[in-house]
Design a protein around this ligand. Structure first.
Ligand SMILES: Cc1cc2nc3c(=O)[nH]c(=O)nc-3n(C[C@H](O)[C@H](O)[C@H](O)COP(=O)(O)OP(=O)(O)OC[C@H]3O[C@@H](n4cnc5c(N)ncnc54)[C@H](O)[C@@H]3O)c2cc1C
Length: 397
């Protein structure tokens, strides 16, 4: 538990702390600062007070000593016997955390006839693969997956458990966290270990992407976090690595489910998926109309790339959501990202900043997108894009 208190003898009543509190929880009464119920113990005022008059305390018993060798776990999501791309990124990040904690990295793999994937998981950094293989586990369903993994967690006591923020991960991780009575931080962009307490620092955008918040799970285990695809670096394979396979125990009760998968119909996407594309030509409100996306489609197809969009363009109904890049869209890391008529709001940048080369085309020279752009073209997109496409056509003809 955390406590905050005013050390009255140090307080000068200067009122400087009032502006430091984002929740308006501090008042001055009789020349002394008072902290009200709106306080959420963020600690901003503690650092702000020049007189050392605000103190935050933490009772020692609040911090749980995690089991020493429970390991760092990652969920090895697979579909139709193929590991999801984010699994390799979780293995890369998990390896880093496990090495720092001097504990094994473990992958949890559920499915049917998926034993062939264990070698790949070990080659990419797993020391142990916890495997549950059964016809009933062929396709992901919340109830059996949760029941089996929860039992594995209770038996082997991992310190940390990471998931990809895919549609499967977003369904499984919260249910599992609820079952295990622990916390879960979604969509982390950075993970690190804090000190001897072996706490996982889980950093993610907050307040509409305007600040980065670091979240700790002090009192419950495992510390659970999800990470969006393409945010962390992929692990590099080493086929000489050795690992162990441990079969998770299954019983008939765990395999029952109130849901049944009738069919799996992949989305019919005619264009290239933006998460996989090396080149993305992305359009924003500057395009002015849905029909103008055809300009970007033409350029993208010349470059063998995909078409992306800002949320403003998606919200206007000009292009489907699956093309949206950003905090509430997809995170992409292409070799080339061409931002056309996009201002560069922080929530858009959150999804594309790690592109190798960013080209911004905007008629406003002060648009924030130019601050992250490798190359900037100040001009009217309706002149620049046709000129670019024509130049490319000339090049290939
Ligand atoms: C919680 C939250 C989550 C969000 N998530 C996302 C997200 O995932 N992705 C996202 O994109 N946004 C997101 N947003 C919205 C974000 O804040 C911006 O509103 C949005 O990105 C703006 O889109 P835009 O750049 O296309 O539009 P605008 O900001 O309106 O910019 C349009 C740009 O086009 C330029 N322009 C206009 N005409 C031309 C022309 N003829 N030629 C060249 N340039 C031209 C203008 O100069 C301007 O810079 C989120 C917001 C919130 C609060």
């Amino acid at each position: 538990m955390k406590y905050i208190r005013i050390i009255e003898e140090n307080c000068s009543g200067c009122e400087e702390c009032l502006s430091s509190c984002p929740f308006g929880a501090i008042t001055i009464e009789d020349g002394i600062a008072r902290i009200g119920d709106a306080c959420n113990l963020c600690g901003a005022c503690v650092d702000h007070c020049a007189f050392g008059a605000i103190e935050m305390e933490q009772s020692e018993e609040a911090i749980v000593s995690p089991p020493a060798q429970g390991g760092v776990w990652i969920f090895a999501e697979q579909r139709s016997g193929q590991l999801s791309g984010v699994v390799y990124e979780l293995l890369g990040e998990g390896r880093k955390l496990a090495d720092e904690l001097d504990t094994p990295l473990c992958a949890v793999l559920l499915g049917h006839e998926v034993g062939k994937l264990t070698g790949d998981l070990i080659a990419h950094g797993a020391d142990i693969v916890y495997l549950a293989d059964h016809p009933e586990l062929k396709d992901f369903r919340d109830e059996p997956y949760t029941a089996i993994i929860a039992q594995g967690v209770e038996e082997f006591e991992p310190e940390i458990f990471l998931f990809g923020a895919t549609s499967t991960g977003r369904s499984l991780a919260p249910r599992l966290a609820g079952r295990l009575r622990t916390g879960l931080t979604a969509d982390c962009t950075e993970l690190s270990i804090a000190g001897e307490a072996r706490l996982l620092e889980q950093t993610r955008p907050a307040w509409g992407g305007n600040i980065m918040a670091t979240i700790l799970c002090r009192r419950h285990r495992p510390q659970m976090a999800s990470v969006r695809p393409k945010v962390m670096k992929r692990a590099i394979a080493d086929t000489k690595r050795q690992g162990r396979i441990v079969e998770l125990s299954l019983n008939a009760h765990q395999l029952t489910s109130r849901t049944r998968l009738l069919d799996y119909i992949p989305e019919l996407i005619h264009s290239i998926n933006i998460e996989e594309a090396d080149i993305i030509v992305s359009g924003g409100r500057g395009l002015g109309d849905s029909k103008n996306f055809s300009l970007l489609e033409e350029l993208a197809s010349m470059l063998n790339g995909a078409v992306g969009a800002s949320r403003a363009a998606v919200d206007s109904g000009w292009i489907p959501y699956r093309h949206q890049v950003g905090q509430t869209g997809k995170t992409v890391a292409p070799k080339l990202y061409i931002a056309v008529g996009i201002s560069g709001a922080i929530q858009h940048l959150a999804g594309m900043q790690s592109a190798d080369v960013i080209v911004a085309i905007n008629k406003n020279a002060d648009a924030p997108i130019f601050q992250v752009a490798t190359y900037g073209i100040v001009g009217d997109l309706f002149e620049v894009i046709p000129a670019l496409t024509a130049a490319l056509k000339k090049e290939v003809s």
